[in-house]
Design a protein around this ligand. Sequence first.
Ligand code: GKR
Ligand code: MG
Length: 418
Amino acid sequence: MRITGVDITPVAFADPPLLNAVGVHQPYALRAIVQVRTDSGYTGLGETYADRAHLERLRLVADAVTGLDVFALNAMFTAAARALAGQTGSDGHGLTGMITESGTVDRVFSPFEVACLDIQGKALGRPVSDLLGGAVRHAVPFSAYLFYKWDGHPGSEPDEWGAALDPDGIVAQARKMVDGYGFTAIKLKGGVFAPDLEVEAVRALREAFPETPLRLDPNAAWTPQTSIKVAHALDGVLEYLEDPTPDIPGMAEVAREAPMPLATNMCVVSFDHLKPAVLADAVGVVLSDHHYWGGLHRSKLLSGICDTFGMGLSMHSNSHLGISLAAMVHLAAATPNLTYACDTHWPWKTEDLVEPGVLSFVDGSVAVPTTPGLGVELDTDALARLHEQYLRCGIRDRDDTAYMQTIDPTYERRKPRW
Ligand SMILES: O=C([O-])[C@@H](O)[C@@H](O)[C@H](O)[C@@H](O)C(=O)[O-]
Ligand SMILES: [Mg+2]
């Protein structure tokens, strides 16, 4: 089954004004849909980022893998690495930590690997989770993902979520999300207001949800000293504290004092970071993300390394659509040591391009699809519509800081800020 061609389609979907440590989400989030075609008639789906430089790299790798067999994932990875030799992506929006040369290959290779697994599964009549060793759970639990936010983008109507700018607003948002989806863990995206105010919001969540595991993620907005203070203030309240401070040495300094585990999707984002992080004992939990750990097989490699070195495993999410959710669910289902509820931005979107019905949340979990491949079908009309939206919206790179500066020209990106 040889790859005969690859279609890469950038799309844009509406995104609310979610606040974070570097600014605010733009009115549209970007994704690229990767469709791998084969001489067998099967087509596979992948989903990834769509910033300009990433799109160019995807095109290079699309050419490099054309002609290869869909089971030859090792040869495909080598071809991708060769096509991208010497290139290092940059984390323009500042939320995913340092990208290395090998991490760049992993990021670009990932959607091709997912699409080939989709094809392999379709050809064999087996779900992708079976290709990863088999599901160890029938449904994958996710966490509610709360954001401070405005009631709408400036100049637009308020969205269905309304504003959340204080502890009451955050608790109300949590109620709506938990009522709608049944989530059994809650994460608050912090780094927006002074740490004391965010501690108050977490305490309000604890009061409103006495039994629910809670997490706080300020995306490295704090110094190690501030992080240690917050960690003590939330002793017994958080199941983990995510990326309080930048970089491995800073995280290690906080980890020595913090009463709870530190988690990361910023200081350990590629295989190069694992050895220094382990040696420094900097993190207790790694948030895996197949979009930047090189796909599903390489994410399983990460899970083995975490297991070996006694680190926990959770899962990170950016704004994403249904193809990504399907891949996340198959991976999480087939990763025994992924024991935390996974992150997802799913509730924040109002548009998608997979046929509805397969991926739905019951009691905070998504049932693992059992049909061949990823189990999701592309709605080609929706793909065309979201591509049109991409062409019209004018956004070509994610830049939460620049968008914030159009609203508040005095806003500056600072890491750490407090
Ligand atoms: O979407 C956001 O604003 C998040 O901050 C996201 O970009 C992060 O990568 C992510 O969710 C995280 O856990 O750090
Ligand atoms: Mg994070």
